[in-house]
Design a protein around this ligand. Structure first.
Ligand code: PEP
Length: 248
């Protein structure tokens, strides 16, 4: 049985004043019926712990592949764990694009995160041009195979399918399109890691998930939750998604 996960990605948004949203989320959902995760900017993780309570877990948005060293501006997995994170988002398309992160780099970061004791949420997804060229499943297969280390298990890995064209645009794939990719990812994971591990890895959908469309997305096979950007910034919006997931 896979635990459902509602994960919020605050991206480069939020200062101390916004911790009130995490407090409000925790207060409104003391027993959410699914796992709830907020990944705020790294500057807020330590302070967020004080308001998140037991019902809201915290995560980072990136980590370095090395444990420590001369990497100005970077943050290691151990540092995130020390600050109070239990998860880290890796390979988000914005990092792949803004920072030139390849799938091989993402795999090395995921390995470091797992070694440190963090759960890695590895993001993959096609561009609009790749979908229109009917290359979606090839792209997904390549990113999946290169971005995930051999050390992955159902406990330390979550995969998020995030079509790039759906992120922050208000556009979403049809439920059939989401189902096709999620069933494909499940099959690929079972083939590589065996049925036990392959079936236990949670698969999130990400891209313009809102309270209004969450229920139909959560009804799709092999969708175990969502990675949510914009709608995770406000407790009321994210709370609606949490409720839809708990009821799915
Ligand atoms: C994201 O950035 O991971 C994301 C899914 O963003 P949004 O929900 O705003 O589309």
């Amino acid at each position: 049985m896979r635990r459902k996960l509602a994960a919020g990605n605050w991206k480069m948004n939020g200062t101390r004043a916004d911790l009130a949203e995490i407090a409000a989320l925790a207060e409104a959902h003391p027993e959410p019926g699914c796992e709830v995760l907020i990944c705020p900017p790294a500057t807020l993780i330590d302070r967020a712990r004080a308001v998140a309570g037991p019902s809201v877990a915290l995560g980072g948005q990136d980590c370095h592949a090395a444990g420590s060293g001369a990497h100005t501006g970077d943050i290691s997995a151990v540092m995130l764990l020390d600050a109070g994170a239990h998860y880290v988002i890796l390979g988000h398309s914005e990092r792949r694009e803004d920072h030139g992160e390849s799938s091989d780099m993402v795999r090395d970061k995921a390995r470091a995160a797992m070694e440190a004791g963090l759960r890695a949420i590895v993001c993959i997804g096609e561009s609009l041009a790749q979908r229109e060229a009917q290359n979606t499943l090839d792209i997904i297969a390549g990113q999946l195979s290169h971005s995930i280390p051999d050390s992955a298990t159902g406990e330390n890995l979550v995969v998020a399918y995030e079509p790039i064209w759906a992120i922050g645009t208000g556009l979403t794939p049809t439920t059939d399109q989401i189902g096709e990719v999620h069933d494909f990812m499940r099959m690929k994971l079972e083939t590589r890691f065996g049925e036990g591990v392959g079936r236990s890895v949670r698969l999130l959908y990400g891209g313009s998930v809102k309270p209004g469309n969450a229920a139909e997305i959560f009804a799709v096979s092999n969708v175990d939750g969502a990675l949510v950007g914009g709608a995770s910034l406000k407790a009321a919006d994210f709370g609606g998604i949490v409720t839809a997931l708990a009821q799915s």
